[in-house]
Write a protein that binds this ligand. Structure first.
Ligand SMILES: *Cc1c(COP(=O)(O)O)cnc(C)c1O
Length: 460
């Protein structure tokens, strides 16, 4: 049987690390809607953007026609330290589930940041350095992005100021210390150190913060300090572009054994790992060369795709960032303190939003306790302690594999295992103690967020 030849871990060679990123937008007929200047309601120009972002990243952000973009040699060399990442056949999980489905996962947790975020962190830090900047500012939720960027900035000798969502800063002191070990300056957000932070604290005293708040603070510090720019770990097109290395490697590994997936599953916070994982597969789908089911998984506590509105909205709570057309719960929506910190963003990548809107992908919302049940089941047989974010994808992969068990279908399922959960043990502790709860916002909770959507011409 050909199947027996597939190893537990499919490793690629060093030469198989992609030398070009794949820009999915080039193959989209309906391009993602442009970012708008909130003041004028007009598409943001490269010049306007370059006050906030690094120049070369602005070019990448705006480029929706070039399919392949060269990965600079310095970034390729950095990738060699931890890439290619393995694509693992989950034989043990398949056996435990008793499913005829074939399950594969692409594991991105094999670096000190513990997640896929390093793929874009090194790229963004590289372009900042190349531009001659002193440093960059950013936000971090659960801390994976801040950790990844700290590593990249330390490697390149750049200064880094991180605004960390307060609930994570308090729940994850070790994450904070990893960042400081790499030389980053870490501030809990919202803070009193920025104008926007003080405003948010005045309006919501005692708030535990959100990614949206932290973004506002980081942007303010970048635009008010010469020699600094702001970098973002998800949502933006440039981040999806950098993360395409995940999908390109996955495709190369599957092609090596002639495996064609039926469905591809990934968790979605701002959409970067999912956008990267699906990129080459979605490209084939858009070009009519192949078909795949693609499923985004989000927390029921922050259901941007499944219950959000497709509308122009601010990316941040302080409403100082450009407007993006995306599935959103409203920039004033502050999700409950769900433990999957990396999935607590009110919006979603504009690229994935357009694809979802056009029917190219599905979305599913799952509850926290069922996510941790899946995480535990996975950890016990596959030998990796998954991040809570990643475990959203595990949940749906297991659900789909169990459906195959009922129908007897031998479907091939690929999912993204975005990272490890060693810094998430407070959440695991709650799960183990049986004190973890599920929170699902009511329609009224969501209505408040929608009511505060900005007025944009053409948007009711
Ligand atoms: C940040 C993060 C996510 C979610 O971010 P996306 O941009 O949606 O990929 C998922 N998993 C892990 C481990 C993360 O750190």
């Amino acid at each position: 049987m050909a199947e027996n030849k597939i190893p537990y871990k499919i490793y690629l060679d060093e030469e198989d690390i992609p030398k070009k990123w794949y820009n999915l937008r080039a193959d989209m007929k309906n391009k993602p809607a442009p970012l708008l200047n909130p003041g004028t309601g007009q598409p943001l120009t490269a010049e306007e953007m370059s006050g906030i972002f690094c120049e070369e990243l602005v070019q990448q952000e705006l480029d929706d026609t070039t399919a392949y973009i060269d990965i600079p040699q310095e970034i390729q060399d950095f990738y060699k330290m931890y890439r290619p990442s393995p694509l693992i056949r989950a034989y043990c999980l398949e056996k435990a589930l008793g499913t005829p489905a074939k399950i594969y996962y692409k594991f991105e947790g094999n670096n000190t940041s513990g997640s896929h975020k390093l793929n874009s962190a090194i790229a963004q830090a590289y372009y900042a350095k190349k531009q001659g900047l002193k440093g960059v500012t950013t936000e971090t939720g659960a801390g994976q992005w801040g950790t990844a960027l700290s590593m990249a900035c330390a490697y390149l000798g750049l200064d880094l100021k991180v605004f960390m969502v307060k609930v994570s800063y308090e729940q994850k002191p070790f994450r904070r210390e990893v960042m400081r070990t790499y030389g980053a300056d870490v501030t809990p957000s919202p803070s009193m150190t920025t104008e926007v932070g003080r405003k948010i604290l005045e309006a919501h005293p005692g708030t535990t913060g959100s990614l949206g708040c932290a973004i506002s603070e980081a942007v303010e510090v970048a635009v008010t300090n010469p020699g600094y720019r702001y970098v973002l770990g998800s949502v933006l097109n440039q981040v999806l572009l950098h993360q395409s290395v995940i999908g390109l490697e996955t495709k190369a590994a599957l092609d090596k054994y002639g495996v064609k997936p039926d469905m591809i599953i990934g968790c979605a916070g701002g959409g970067s790992n999912l956008g990267g994982l699906i990129a080459p597969f979605m490209g084939e789908k858009l070009r009519g060369e192949a078909d795949y089911r693609i499923i985004a998984v989000e927390p029921a506590s922050c259901p941007s795709f499944t219950r959000g509105k497709y509308a122009y909205d601010f990316c941040d709570t302080g409403m100082i960032c450009p407007l993006a057309k995306m599935y959103t719960l409203g920039s004033s929506f502050i999700p409950s303190a769900n433990h999957a910190g990396g999935l607590r963003f009110h919006g979603m990548s504009t690229t994935l939003s357009q694809l979802y809107h056009d029917g190219y992908m599905e979305a599913r919302a799952v509850e926290q306790t069922s996510v941790f049940e899946a995480a535990e089941q996975f950890a016990r047989v596959e030998g990796i302690l998954p991040a809570p974010e990643s475990s959203h994808a595990i949940r749906v992969a297991i659900d789909e594999a169990l459906k195959c068990k009922e129908t007897g279908e031998e479907k091939t399922i690929v999912f993204g295992l975005t990272g490890t959960g060693y810094f998430d043990m407070v959440a695991y502790e709650q799960f183990n103690n049986g004190t973890m709860t599920d929170y699902i916002p009511t329609d009224d909770d969501l209505k408040a967020g929608f009511a505060a959507l900005p007025k944009v011409p053409g948007q009711e």
